[in-house]
Design a protein around this ligand. Structure first.
Ligand SMILES: [Zn+2]
Ligand SMILES: [Zn+2]
Length: 477
């Protein structure tokens, strides 16, 4: 079986993959609660002849599905978690939840997991035809706010891999060539003393005051951290709704990001000090709870080149008038559009291509194949794919599953998550990922060179998980 024969097998799996993705869209589950998606996909992989291990790293909704024998061992990463409060009726161009307040697939992870499953099936067929090597699909929970892969990485789940391949649903056909931000998330729990706010305020110690002072300290800190750092917060407990009570408890969650882990670690230490200072000022006590962290993505030029070649080889999915009509309808409902495509295209050095793609910007689907950017940019988001990329060379692409300019984590993204446009983009991603994996199976120099590049970039330092050993997986986040 040739690579192209294996990859063209996708048409035989299209109906089943579409059904799996739609079923996950219909049962959105948030971080570490993805029991429906995990059972659905792990049972499917078992039925397809993969060896399935569930409950990886002590996480009930994580699993691996392996096929083949010997080296190289290549991983395909999948996700299936949804986002809180994002429930939305499919293909309706007004905000309209299926169930008010319920979760929804606002990041397209119903497609993400199943697209990688599709690639694993194609690689399995290739291996079955007498080629040596091993492929593992990783069912990774809690990408959104839970760093599932980082906890899996801490337990060595990715250690045997020679390389890892993944994708993300998006509004461009492109290969990611750059890094993003490492992050750490910490909860600060303040405890004070309740008292009548008018009769005996002198006897009270306000935990809410401590949170306010902590935030003030952080506002002053912002000027003294490197450019490009981010510090976000949510006050998760204000201590109650009665202004005539001195609030005896208050809690906040802080999310800190920077381009490199050592920087984000030092920001965390400074914020810990600010919290201790706020407690001292208010006569309260603070408990610091490390929730989770993830590493920045380590780009890999060698693998980016291989995946770009596959992206160009298999091209864009074939979107039709119905896809364009839906995309236009949804896009007309957007008050704001994401200019990411515009930014990518304006960087293209070939003036003719740049002008052509810029003029495409008004079409509702950006189905051009973007060239690989010359520069490695640093995106401002974070992903737990970062941790895998420090362990083995890792690469990811995006294919078009949503209208051009769709804002990630928007209800419009949920609304198109089980459209034919989304299905087509997902199946195209399966092909591009499978092609990339098969190239790496066929040519050992790809893995060799990508590993040498990783060693060069890390200086040969071994991966150190940013989450301390004693931090439990936050299964009830
Ligand atoms: Zn997301
Ligand atoms: Zn995502």
């Amino acid at each position: 079986m040739t690579k192209n024969e294996a990859v063209s097998g996708i048409s035989g799996y299209a109906a089943k993959l579409t059904e799996l993705s739609d079923a996950i869209w219909d049962h959105p589950e948030v971080k570490y609660h993805e029991s429906f998606a995990c059972s659905l996909l792990s049972e499917f992989m078992h039925s397809e002849g993969f060896t399935v291990v569930t409950g990886c790293a002590g996480i009930p909704t994580a699993f691996t599905a392996t096929f083949g024998a010997g080296r190289p061992h290549i991983g395909l990463l999948g996700e299936y978690d949804a986002l809180d409060g994002m429930s939305q009726v499919a293909e309706v161009d007004t905000r309209c939840p299926v169930v008010k307040g319920a979760p929804g697939h606002g990041c397209g992870h119903n497609l993400l997991g199943v697209g990688s499953v599709g690639a694993a099936l194609l690689v399995r067929d290739y291996l079955k035809a007498g080629h040596s090597g091993t492929v593992t699909f990783f069912g990774c929970p809690a990408e959104e706010g839970g760093s599932g892969k980082t906890f899996m990485a801490r337990e060595g789940i990715f250690d045997d891999l020679d390389t890892a391949v993944t994708w993300h649903p998006g509004d461009t056909n492109s290969v990611a060539n750059g890094s993003n931000l490492a992050n750490i998330q910490v909860a600060y729990h303040f405890k004070g003393k309740a008292a009548h706010a008018a009769i005996s305020p002198d006897l009270g110690r306000s935990a809410l005051d401590a949170i306010e002072l902590m935030n003030m300290g952080i506002q002053f800190l912002r000027e003294h951290v490197p450019d490009g750092c981010r510090i976000h917060y949510a006050i998760t407990n204000t201590g109650g709704n009665s202004p005539n009570v001195v609030q005896a408890e208050a809690d906040g969650i802080y999310l800190m990001r920077a381009k490199a882990l050592p920087v984000v670690r030092s920001i965390k230490e400074r914020i810990d000090d600010i919290a201790r200072g706020a407690a001292l000022m208010t006569g309260t006590k603070v408990e610091i709870e490390f929730i989770k962290a993830c590493s920045n993505v380590m780009p890999n030029k060698v693998l980016v080149g291989v995946m770009q070649k596959n992206l160009e080889e298999y091209g864009s999915a074939d979107y039709d008038d119905a896809d364009r009509a839906l995309a236009k309808k949804m896009r007309d409902s957007m008050e704001d559009r994401d200019d990411y495509y515009f930014e990518l295209v304006s960087e293209i050095s070939d003036p003719e291509l740049r002008e052509r793609l810029l003029s495409d910007r008004e079409s509702p689907i950006y189905n051009a194949i973007l060239p690989c950017p010359d520069k490695e940019e640093c995106g401002m988001a974070s992903s737990d794919v970062g941790d895998v990329s420090w362990i083995c060379p890792t690469v990811q692409c995006s294919t078009v599953t949503m209208p051009g300019g769709t804002v990630m984590h928007s209800w419009q993204e949920v609304a198109v998550g089980k459209s034919t446009m989304a299905h087509k983009g997902m199946l195209q991603a399966s092909k591009i990922m499978a092609g990339t994996v098969i190239d790496a199976l066929e040519d050992p120099s790809i893995i060799e060179a990508s590993k040498a590049e990783l060693t060069r970039r890390t200086g040969g330092a071994p991966y150190v998980c940013p989450i301390p050993k004693d931090v439990p997986v936050p299964l009830n986040l």
